[in-house]
Design a protein. Structure first.
Lengths: 347, 343
């Protein structure tokens, strides 16, 4: 994203124009902007934090944790037409409570599904922002360090990356999350563990997800950056910069980085769906965000166990997740075609 | 002489890769072991505290009071060092080996993954024996789904490039890439097991139960295969030798099947490694959603139970399998395409 707001250079302006012509990518971008808006204005926390009061729901009909047990599993009447197996009380074999205040129905605790899906955008988007950020900062620095230094440093760093690469990503994240999320043996106050757990609790369990994703996400980025730098280092313009006395920092910042930005931005955008689905997956198996913070992954997990009786509880969060994944994939594909037209139609 | 040279490089390449395999397995096992044991609260700390005497006895029995390195060495020794024993195999669950090969009066026994802490009377090997075949079956079917859908889709898209056939095929591919198993699973169950009760929503053992999870798991990979097949075929079609084949008057069908397709499928082999890894880890979710009694579902529960031997064993086994699969894929690729250099 940062790349697109740089002072206009012909490459980026060109790319932007090509992107605008790609309908799927613009649709994706539109959905992403919309979801961002929904995430920001789910409640009025922007104002409430400044005024020092509790945030009130704004776009969401109610707070995500508001329970009303007498309305558990309630469904609005329009859903009984969409899902014919959802039979309302009173009809033959009917079991579903009808309550039209819940637009998409309520979950097993009587919490509004729509509100939880709306608040759930925050978790997914937070991951979509922090994932690339961590992987950019760590991955690109490591890649630059390895590629630019070369020789032994390069060898050492890349061997380490290779070893970590041998470790299946998801297994590693699961293992880390199991470590972070172990509930017994409460941490003693003042220890690093206690501090980290405190931060995590304050963020509704998102901090450890960021760490988990960050720990694995930087590796492919460092490989990509290193490869790009190795091929650039030999080019004449770098030689020329060095000949006129430019220092390493300046060469990296002014000459190398702008040239490798394109592939990095594309790779990051295409990685975002992966971060989002990792978070959803972790929340699905119960290692992700902490209840009652809503995540689409944990909502799908709850809904999946009741799919025979209340299909709406799994289907709607699933659709939300699919939509955001589509959007980022479309945008990523479009960005790739726009930034490097030679790659168009290849993978 | 040229051939001898080539063989030597190939041999050296394989040797180097095998050595590297050992390094990776060693690192993975150390990292897993350290993390699994860094989890606060042992496997026996429960909501209701056990009496200290019992706890002490349990810790002694499983040698949990030994220094960590000693536990590690013993654990790895149990798995990797084969043993020759004579006489009746011991029935102690501390000595349960996954592989037992009778050699006359001796038995070669290998891979002892230790006891499970949670279910006192079972070993990790029992868990493997019971659940692993199911997961392997699911993975195999998913792989079939991925290839059977992915390769034809990619071929059709490439042959009809920039027509509606291509757009629809690539639309399906983007759909497959974008929709994770946790989305596809509930939707498939609702559509094809509840709304139209063709298949069973959960279970394993009959084709009606096995179709949906295999599709849910395989569809994402089929999309990756389709995109790669398309890209690779498009590139091959533009090569000179294809033009030559056409120029000498071969039928288009022969040109495509005999000349283009063969070479275009070589790069597809390279994604088989990552796809394999994806399918293996994908079984966790798929099995949980579809209630498939496989390794994945067991693994997820063993995490909440902090059953380290099961966590360790599963991760180690899966990591080794994935690393070996990657090695095989690389060798296969080098063998299929002699232009690849071994470095």
């Amino acid at each position: 994203m940062k790349a697109l707001t740089r002072p206009p250079t012909s490459l980026w302006v060109d790319a932007w124009r090509r992107l605008l012509k790609n309908k799927a990518a613009i649709l994706g971008l539109g959905i992403i902007v919309l979801v961002f808006m929904v995430a920001i204005f789910a409640d009025d926390s922007v104002v409430a934090v400044l005024a020092g009061r509790e945030p009130q729901p704004l776009l969401a009909p109610m707070h995500f944790a508001k329970q009303s047990l007498e309305n558990n599993n309630a469904v609005p009447s329009w859903l009984t037409h969409v899902f014919p197996t959802l039979k309302p009380v009173g009809t033959e074999g009917g079991y579903a409570k009808i309550n039209d205040t819940y637009l998409l129905g309520a979950d097993y605790n009587g919490r509004d599904l729509l509100s939880r899906i709306i608040y759930g955008t925050r978790v997914s988007l937070a991951v979509a922002i922090v994932g690339p950020l961590v992987s950019l900062v760590v991955g690109v620095s490591v890649g630059i360090a390895a590629g630019y230094a070369g020789g032994r440093t390069d060898n050492l760093i890349m061997r380490f990356v290779d070893i970590m690469y041998g470790f299946p990503d998801l297994l590693f994240i699961i293992l880390l999350m199991a470590l972070f999320r172990s509930t017994t043996g409460a941490a003693e106050a003042g220890t690093l563990r206690a501090v980290l757990t405190g931060i995590d609790n304050a963020m509704g369990g998102m901090f450890f997800i960021f760490v988990g994703i960050g720990v694995t996400a930087w590796m492919s980025m460092s490989r990509l950056t290193r490869g790009q730098i190795l091929s650039l280092k030999q080019k004449e313009f770098i030689e020329a910069a060095r000949a006129v006395g430019a220092k390493d920092g300046r060469i990296i910042w002014r000459h190398i980085l702008p040239n490798i930005l394109g592939p990095i931005v594309v790779a990051q955008t295409l990685n975002i769906p992966q971060y989002i689905s990792t978070e959803a997956f972790l929340s699905f198996i119960g290692l992700g965000v902490q209840r009652p913070t809503p995540s689409w992954g944990s909502m799908i997990a709850d809904g999946a166990s009741a799919i025979r009786t209340y299909p709406n509880q799994a289907i709607f969060p699933a659709l939300a997740l699919a939509a955001i994944m589509f959007a980022f994939n479309f945008l990523g594909d479009g960005l790739r075609d726009a930034l490097d037209p030679r790659l168009k139609g290849t993978d | 002489m040229g051939i001898a040279c080539e063989k030597e490089t190939m041999g050296r390449y394989i040797a180097r890769r095998l050595l590297w395999l050992l390094v990776v397995i060693f690192s993975v096992s150390v990292i897993t072991f350290v993390i699994a044991h860094a989890v606060p609260g042992g496997p026996f700390s429960r909501e209701k505290k056990l009496p200290p005497a019992v706890l002490k006895q349990l810790n002694e029995k499983y040698r949990l009071d030994d220094p960590l390195w000693k536990q590690y060495v013993e654990y790895m020794g149990g798995i990797f060092i084969p043993r020759l024993t004579s006489g009746e195999p011991s029935t102690s669950y501390l000595e349960d080996y996954l592989i037992n090969i009778p050699l006359g009066e001796y038995t070669l026994r290998w891979m002892n993954f230790g006891p499970s802490y949670k279910s006192q009377s079972r070993t990790v090997n029992d868990v493997f024996r019971e659940n692993l075949p199911v997961s392997a079956e699911l993975g195999f079917y998913a792989f079939l789904v991925a290839s059977v859908i992915g390769i034809p889709l990619g071929i059709v898209a490439a042959l009809k490039q920039n027509t509606w056939v291509d757009y629809i095929a690539m639309g399906i591919a983007i759909f497959g890439v974008s929709v994770p198993v946790i989305v596809l699973g509930p939707v498939l169950i609702w559509l094809f097991a509840i709304r139209l009760p063709i298949f069973l929503p959960s279970g394993w053992g009959s084709w009606r139960a096995e179709v949906l999870p295999s599709i849910a798991l395989g569809l994402g990979s089929s999309a990756i295969i389709a995109r790669l097949t398309r890209a690779s075929l498009l590139q091959v079609i533009r090569e000179d030798y294809i033009r030559t084949a056409r120029a000498k008057g071969l039928m288009e069908r022969v040109v495509i099947i005999r000349h283009a397709l063969r070479n275009s499928l070589i790069p597809v082999v390279t994604v088989m490694g990552p796809i394999f890894a994806f399918l293996v880890t994908g079984t966790f979710v798929t099995e949980t959603i579809f209630g498939v009694p496989g390794m994945g579902r067991y693994f997820v529960t063993s995490i909440t139970n902090r059953d380290y031997p099961v966590i360790m064993g599963t991760i180690l086994l899966f990591a080794v399998v994935i690393v070996i699969a990657n090695l095989i894929v690389d060798l296969l690729y080098a063998w299929l395409d002699p232009r690849i250099r071994y470095d």
